[in-house]
Design a protein around this ligand. Structure first.
Ligand SMILES: Nc1ncnc2c1ncn2[C@@H]1O[C@H](COP(=O)(O)OP(=O)(O)OP(=O)(O)O)[C@@H](O)[C@H]1O
Length: 282
């Protein structure tokens, strides 16, 4: 993912920030609070039906720019993300993984085609509706962790719950429960700078789970970690799929991580060239 894309996704999700972005991030979060509390997420039409896919991507095209200079990042992509599964999106750099994740996460709008999340057509939502969807129904995990440096681990996990105006006591209890779930019970009061990369990504996973999302979207979550720590993060994601009944869509081009997925969708030059369900998690 390029830097310009990353900041766009970060600004719009309100979940990702680098050290330099802190002030902007907090400002974004404040603005977002005002905006999103006026909107409610659309109802979950598919919830409870184990056979209904959480995500349906139907003949999606996406281009950047127009005319002869246009970059056709996605060229007719169709696939489903099944409930309770860990789906890996695999492909070389530039194959369109981040573009696709941004569209599924409601961070960008496809040039053509349809994306539904739990039965809701994303095209039917206005900006407040998309904000509410991202706040209430999707958890985001980024390569760069995206924690707010001045907040403790527990406070970082609490951010999505604050945006939902969850009462402080309830929020703090849930943040501690989630930190324990990711193996960081003893690190709740530490700030990101006092944690290793792997621990920071665990905090980010706990934060992504905060609002009991239907879907977690993870873009190269192990990209900044050594292979052993990266593997541990993937195993954590694998574990929360089971224990929290969450669905995960993760982009990676790390072949070592693919084996933990239930389903692998292979993207090449903006097209799906294969879907494999023979991975170990299946
Ligand atoms: N904002 C943008 N403007 C113009 N072109 C873009 C933009 N974002 C992505 N692209 C182009 O779209 C194509 C797909 O990019 P994308 O970032 O989705 O690939 P990726 O598979 O996620 O790559 P990586 O693994 O390096 O993150 C690439 O050709 C890229 O250069």
């Amino acid at each position: 993912m390029t830097d310009h894309q990353h900041s766009t996704a970060a600004d719009r999700s309100g979940a990702d920030a680098t050290a330099e972005d802190t002030t902007a991030e907090i400002t974004t979060a404040s603005v977002t609070t005002a905006e999103v509390t006026t909107a409610s997420a659309p109802s979950r039409t598919g919830e409870g039906d184990g056979d209904t896919p959480v995500v349906v991507v139907d003949d999606v095209h996406h281009s950047f720019g127009s005319g002869p200079q246009a970059v056709h990042a996605l060229r007719g992509v169709s696939f489903e993300v099944r409930r309770g599964e860990l789906t890996a999106l695999r492909g070389r750099s530039g194959s369109g993984k981040t573009t696709l994740l941004n569209l599924v996460g409601g961070l960008d709008t496809p040039t053509a085609g349809r994306i539904t999340l739990d039965g809701t057509d994303l095209a039917s939502l206005d900006e407040p509706g998309l904000l509410a969807l991202r706040r209430d129904r999707i958890g985001f995990v980024f390569q760069s962790f995206g924690l707010i440096p001045v907040l403790t681990a527990a406070e970082n996990v609490g951010v999505p719950m604050r945006l939902r105006r969850m009462p402080a006591k309830e929020r703090e209890e849930r943040a501690r429960t989630l930190l324990a779930l990711v193996g960081l019970a003893d690190h709740a009061e530490q700030r990101p700078g006092e944690l290793s990369g792997g621990q920071q990504q665990r905090v980010a996973v706990a934060r992504a789970l905060a609002n009991e999302p239907d879907l977690i979207i993870a873009d190269e979550p192990t990209g900044q970690l050594d292979s052993e720590t990266g593997r541990a993060i993937m195993e954590l994601l694998r574990a929360v799929v089971r224990s929290e009944s969450v669905t995960i869509l993760v982009a990676t081009h790390d072949p070592n991580l693919i084996e933990l997925a239930d389903r692998v969708v292979e993207l090449r030059d903006g097209r799906i060239v294969g879907t494999d369900t023979s991975a170990a998690g299946a």
